[in-house]
Structures are given as C-alpha cells and as structure tokens.
Write a protein that binds this ligand. Structure first.
Ligand SMILES: *[C@@H]1O[C@H](CO)[C@@H](O)[C@H](O)[C@H]1NC(C)=O
Ligand SMILES: *[C@@H]1O[C@H](CO)[C@@H](O)[C@H](O)[C@H]1NC(C)=O
Ligand SMILES: *[C@@H]1O[C@H](CO)[C@@H](O)[C@H](O)[C@H]1NC(C)=O
Ligand SMILES: *[C@@H]1O[C@H](CO)[C@@H](O)[C@H](O)[C@H]1NC(C)=O
Ligand SMILES: *[C@@H]1O[C@H](CO)[C@@H](O)[C@H](O)[C@H]1NC(C)=O
Length: 448
C-alpha cells in the first residue's frame, strides 16, 4: 500500500477530536468573542451518478484570510441549487481540510494540480496538525464524515484554532488550504452498507488505483473505492448524473491576545507506537497509524444472544504516549456505522472524553434512517481535564460485531483484540479507525 493511499484513507474513518490547551502563557481574559464571522463556501462542483465514488482533491480552496482564530468548520453536501442532499443519496465517506504552505514562485494554476494527494512536495509543504500520526498521515485540521450535520464543532470562548499567523509562514511561502472529499452516490445500489464499507466485490475491484493487484484477503476498504469506481446497482436501476458541491461553513474571529490558541491532536486507534532511543533526549515514539482496521464478525455466535446490544461487541484499544501538557477543551470521535462509542482514557483510567454516535430514524436530511448522523462531543469545563507530558493515554473504540463488514487492510494486524462475548470469531469485518484529536490552548488556566 502506498503512502498516498494511506494518507487519503486516513481521512475517512473514525475520529475523536480533542482540543487541548497546552501553552503556558499566564493571564488571559475570558472575554467572549462578540464578533464571530461566519461564511459559507462551496467547493468546486463534481459529478456523480448512481453507485459512483467521487474522491476529489481541491487545492487552494476558498478559506478565510488573515491572522484569525477558527471557531468552527462544518460541511454538508448540496446540489447545484444549494439543496441539502440526504446521506442515502450522497454518502459522505469523509472530508478533510488540510493546511499547506505554497512556494510563491509556483504558478498558481490549481486546476493543473492532479486529483490526488500531492504531499510530500517541495513546492507544496504540508503543515500537519500537532499529532499523533506519522508523516502526512492523519494530518488534517478539520474533517468529519456522515456525522457532519449532527455534530457540534464550535470551540468555546476564549479558544480558537490559530491560522494565518504571519510568523509561522516562511518567507517566500503562502498559507493555503486543500480539501479532500469522498462521496459515494448510494442511489439505486444493491447493498447500501456494503457500498459504504467499500467492499471490493461490490465495486468489482481487484486492483488498487495504481493498477497493482490487491491481495485476495483484502475484502474491502479504501483501496477498493477510489475515485470513479462504481458500486453495484440494483438490476435495471437508472438514475441521472448530477453535480454536487461540498458546502463548508467556517466561523472565525480576528486574532488578538484575548484568543487562546488550541492545537489539534488526532489519535488513531490503529496506531502502534514503537519506542526508540533518541540519545540524550530520551525515548522517541514512532507512530504507525494504519487508518483502517478489520474485525471479524461473531454473527453465528449463539452465546450472549439474550442481550443483543452487548452480546457481540468488538473493542479495539491502543496505548499512545502523549508528549505535551494541556487541558482538554473539546473532544469528539469519528466512527462509521456500527460504532458504539470511542473513549480516550488517561493513564490512571479516568475518562478524558467519550463520544457516542447518533443514528438517524427518518427520511429527512440530517436524520437518515440507519445512518450515523451525529457524534456526541466533549466540552469539559476548561481547566478540569488535564493531560500531562509523558502520560500514556489509551484510546478505545467499540463497534457492534454482529453484522458483516468489509475487511480493510491486508497487512493489518489486530492489536489488543478484546471481543466481549465473542469467543469464536468468523467472517472478517471492516472497521474503522478512530481518531482522537486534541487541540491545545495556551492559557491562563495553567500556572507556571
Ligand atoms: C491551468 O491548467 C489547466 C489544466 O492544465 C489549463 O487547461 C489552463 O489553461 C491553465 N490556466 C492557466 C491560466 O494557465
Ligand atoms: C468486473 O471486472 C472484470 C475484470 O475487469 C470484468 O471483466 C467484468 O465485466 C466486471 N464485471 C462487472 C459486473 O462489471
Ligand atoms: C446488530 O446489532 C444491532 C444493535 O444491537 C442491531 O440493531 C442490528 O439489527 C444487528 N444486526 C444483525 C444483522 O443482527
Ligand atoms: C461503550 O459502550 C459499551 C457497550 O455499550 C459500554 O459497556 C461502555 O461502558 C461504553 N464506554 C463508555 C466510556 O461509555
Ligand atoms: C453462519 O451459519 C450459517 C448456517 O450455519 C452459515 O451458512 C453461514 O455461512 C455462517 N456465517 C458465517 C459468517 O460464518
């Protein structure tokens, strides 16, 4: 698997977002921001047709300019008339918004950039979030999936994610943003959930986007639903081509010292951390986030059937050392359907943030039956939830294990598989990773 695919993939699956206040500046006033700007932007339009996957990469997107503090980013799919499109027509696999610095001398013709992840690149330098994954993997600042409409993303005052700080933009470069959007047009598909899980057989895909054969053990995942692939339709279904946009709404404040900067950390439950020595500087932690993972189903297990909800759960955990100090200001997870919850624990077992999905029950946009339409988020009282340098955090994600899901990575090993009530596992299933991101705040809550 190439890094490129891995990067793109990461965008997708499961995320917990935590915003962490880490800086040590003293006194900050807790004034509220009276003037919050809010602007709706539309991505370039892209075409889809029934079953079709659009995986779009747009560089130098419209984004608020200047030295500002982002308070919220939300997005949804709309058609050309601006009408919201439900998930059962256009499933939002994910969107991610990533920061980079572009060399000024580079001719700015963004339409000439390929429709793919271009990083690493000498003229377009990715500026990743504060952690936790390696290199360009899971590097975005903002991004969600099907839960986007129903998930709170506002960062409380006086905090914000600082962008456009001229001191952080090297000479000869400009700060830019790119967006990656992956949509699956579910109109008329034979197996909605299978298409959402990117099952290779439904896409009739045996080779990856670069034309290399996928191992037979790879049953599904992002390698099977790349741009322009098509999921199997019901016999005889016909539907029109349509153009869609991602509408993204950005809220921000002008930067000044009353705003406390948060840093964004995203944790991936597939991250396996290797420790190496860094000489005098002590241990170095090498992350290896895989983005997607696979579980096996316990479909045919008869034990625990009396309690359907708990009868068959899959729990995945990973331990991740944290190398900063800070207070959690915001947190939330990204899971795919079937997700039960995702939780970040401190070294002493305390819950730092636990986030749960909400499933739709109707037809209307934002409440699509059976879809994961929202995630709960954490807003601890600022100053009440602290993580410390050197603390080993545990990230846990729980999925129901009873329905068949697609396997994802062939070389994917299950770590810390701890299947409650699932003694004999059969049938590979796909699961998603779980990211947890924390943002850091500098502030008056910290002493010293
Ligand atoms: C930008 O690139 C596109 C695609 O390569 C090309 O068609 C177009 O003419 C270019 N525009 C400019 C202003 O160079
Ligand atoms: C699936 O792919 C194979 C090989 O590319 C092709 O021969 C076959 O017609 C495809 N089947 C469908 C249903 O598209
Ligand atoms: C799996 O479990 C969930 C939650 O208990 C339930 O809603 C769903 O119908 C089950 N699916 C199957 C195939 O048993
Ligand atoms: C996550 O869900 C499982 C299954 O319902 C439950 O046992 C567990 O307590 C939940 N975790 C948290 C932190 O709420
Ligand atoms: C479950 O059991 C049925 C009947 O014994 C069998 O046909 C099916 O293949 C089994 N499913 C899995 C996932 O093993």
């Amino acid at each position: 698997m190439s890094f490129v695919s891995q990067d793109c993939a990461l965008s997708l699956l499961a995320t917990i977002l935590l915003l962490l206040l880490t800086s040590q500046s003293s006194c900050a006033s807790k004034k509220t921001h009276t003037h919050v700007n809010s602007v709706d932007f539309l991505s370039q339009k892209f075409e889809v047709e029934p079953g079709h996957v659009a995986n779009m990469f747009y560089y130098d997107i419209e984004f608020p300019k200047g030295h500002i503090g982002i308070k919220s980013v939300k997005a949804e799919i709309v058609d050309e008339a601006g009408k919201s499109i439900p998930l059962y027509e256009a499933y939002v696999h994910h969107y991610i918004i990533t920061k980079y610095h572009q060399r000024k001398k580079v001719v700015q013709n963004t339409t000439a950039l390929p429709n793919r992840w271009i990083f690493p690149h000498k003229d377009y330098v990715l500026k990743r979030n504060s952690g936790m994954c390696q290199k360009e993997v899971i590097s975005h600042f903002f991004g969600l999936g099907s839960e986007s409409r129903g998930t709170r993303t506002e960062i409380p005052d006086p905090y914000a994610i600082e962008v456009g700080n001229p001191k952080e933009i090297p000479q000869g470069f400009e700060e830019k943003w790119m967006i990656n959007i992956q949509i699956i047009d579910l109109r008329g598909v034979k197996d909605e959930k299978g298409c959402m899980d990117c099952r290779c057989n439904l896409y009739n895909v045996t080779h990856n986007e670069e034309g290399l054969p996928l191992p037979p053990t790879y049953k599904g995942g992002f390698l099977c639903c790349y741009h322009n692939t098509k999921c199997q339709l019901k016999e005889g279904f016909e539907g029109a081509k349509r153009s869609l946009h991602l509408k993204y709404t950005v809220k921000w404040v002008e930067w000044d010292h009353s705003v406390l900067p948060l840093e964004v950390y995203v944790f991936d439950v597939t991250d396996s951390v290797q420790v190496s020595s860094n000489g005098e500087k002590g241990p170095r932690f090498n992350h290896n986030c895989l983005v997607e993972y696979e579980i096996e189903s316990c479909n045919n297990i008869t034990t625990h059937k009396d309690d359907d909800d708990d009868g068959c759960l899959h729990v995945k955990k990973t331990r991740i050392p944290f190398e900063n100090d800070g207070y959690v200001i915001y947190g939330g997870a990204h899971l795919h359907f079937g997700g039960v919850n995702a939780t970040l624990y401190g070294q002493d077992g305390r819950v730092i943030c636990s986030s749960k999905p909400e499933y739709g029950t109707g037809e209307e946009v934002g409440n699509e039956k059976g879809f994961l339409v929202g995630m709960t988020t954490c807003y601890p009282n600022p100053g009440s939830v602290k993580v410390v340098d050197g603390e080993t955090l545990t990230l846990e994600s729980v999925y129901v294990g009873n329905t068949s899901r697609t396997g994802l990575m062939n070389d994917f090993t299950l770590l810390d598989l701890d299947a409650i009530g699932c003694k004999s596992l059969q049938d590979k299933r796909g699961l998603f990773n779980l990211f947890l991101s924390t943002a850091r705040v500098t502030s008056g809550f910290l002493t010293g």
